[in-house]
Design a protein around this ligand. Sequence first.
Ligand SMILES: Nc1ncnc2c1ncn2[C@@H]1O[C@H](COP(=O)(O)OP(=O)(O)OP(=O)(O)O)[C@@H](O)[C@H]1O
Ligand SMILES: [Mg+2]
Length: 588
Amino acid sequence: MANHNTGSQSTAAFLRRTLVYLKPYRLLAATNILFSLLTIGFYFAFPQITQQIIDEAIEGKNIALLYPSVLVLLGAFLLCGISNSLRIIVNTRFGQQVIYDMRCEVYRKLQLLPVRYFDNRASGDIMTRVIEDVAAVHRVLVDGFERAATSLLSIVVIFVILLFKNVTLTMLALLPLTLSIAGAFWYTLTARSRYREQRKAIGDMNALLMDNLQGIRQIKTFVRQEHESRRFAAQAGELRRSTVNVMNVWALYSPAMTFAGSLGMVLVLWAGGPMVAEGKMSMGELVGFIFYLTLFYEPVGRIDGLNQMLQSARAAYDRVFDILDTEEEKPWSSASATLETPVRGEVRYEQVSFSYREGLPVLKHITLSAKPGETIAIAGPTGSGKTTLVNLLAAFYKPSSGRITIDGEDIACLHPDTLRNQISIVSQEPFLFNGTLRENILYGRPGASEEDMLKAARDANCHAFINSMPEGYASLVGERGVKLSTGEKQRISIARALLKNAPVLILDEATASVDTETEQLIQDALQRLMKNRTCFVIAHRLKTIRNADMILVMHHGEITERGSHRELMERDGIYAKLCMIGDAGLDD
Ligand SMILES: Nc1ncnc2c1ncn2[C@@H]1O[C@H](COP(=O)(O)OP(=O)(O)OP(=O)(O)O)[C@@H](O)[C@H]1O
Ligand SMILES: [Mg+2]
């Protein structure tokens, strides 16, 4: 699933894949580079004018020449500032466009990944990928692009100017560059693993943070604040350690490269001094040369900095492309099929087996069939595989063998969206989105009319409690619906399913018990929801089970008993025992 090959991908492959994101913005990129070049170009006037001032105004003792030169210099600096300002504006627009595109693409893709992908990853880590890692990739793309283009160009231009001014000194100045190149190679080869560690540390820290924020009530009730603070400190420490590690190497590398540049400066002074003394070169020429030399080493240094960004981005890129490279959900079988609408809701399981992990079967040879409109109740001890059984129907996981059909079509041949459009799920732990009650109910069928929405709310017995809230249907439910009681959340999720009005219903009854009055309201709502649909009900309450057309009793992933309530009671097996002791919530 995760593509670990990216680990061995070269910088070239990285560039090839990421530059695609810049393509639509060629014009912005070109404008960006134009302003960068103008910024640098105006600055280039500085050494030349300085040379003139020294040679003509100062050495030539002609102070009158000073003023126009200074004015020109002032103008050049002003233009330099203006074009730099424009450069920043264009660069930001360019950068934000690219990051926006990539972020949206990563998010869109993320939603298409199979449930299994999310089972194996922490939400906080995935968040880090979408937010920070995308930004890190973009930074090198956009800034790097600008830096590389302008640096290379200015290196070439200044090199020509330097050659023009003095060939011997230019050759001397180039010597230390060999050191820089060797250093850059070494840095590139070793930097990757350090940056990876750092990015992983950020992901892990965010994962812990997110988990703890969701569990803040548990932390408080178990009075584990100290313990959690220590755990967080350990993760944050890991990030500190890896960042310090990255920067320590940089702290050696970067000044070493600057030193190589300074070495060139020393060489030029050492050889240039005598040239001025012997009259082969004017004072102003030497000073001008040295100024140009600093302008030469500066982009060389920037390319080194770019290398650092590039290595950091490659580590981030692996994490972003792990999402983009994971295969999205699609029909498991190559033989594609569609469902004829309206779907009648006939469901069959044929010898279905399944395991989350190799060698640990959770479902074994499940065979069952439900005619349209029938209610199948599933009972059994906790962990016996009830939720897993119904999750397979929604194609959240792929059976390891056997097949499931709906109206005779193998679900392996259906697109998951086609299938799920026909299924409503009221899950064991109702989940609401952080929005208004109206939005949460409309989630069942966006665009439904106000009357339909209100009818669903009434049928689900939530209209009364919603109306009693100060803001009614516009009340916010809080993250995951924290501002509502469990019984209220359950009824909202029933309303949502009523509005969706799918021919197949999966009802994973909540184990949490509610007071008898609420219980009655929920049962009532469920009766309406279950009418005229094929229902799979994981029942913890005897009332829901009694009227089922068929009751399946699961034990260790197998169906051990099946029949109506009466038949099973007569059989006096596990079911009868469960009913008697009121286990699995089967209290009457
Ligand atoms: N996403 C998952 N990854 C790995 N194992 C899982 C996953 N979900 C469930 N399991 C395991 O599969 C087994 C069956 O779980 P399942 O949720 O189907 O039980 P259940 O019958 O619904 O129990 P309950 O009555 O408590 O809801 C359990 O042993 C559980 O640990
Ligand atoms: Mg369950």
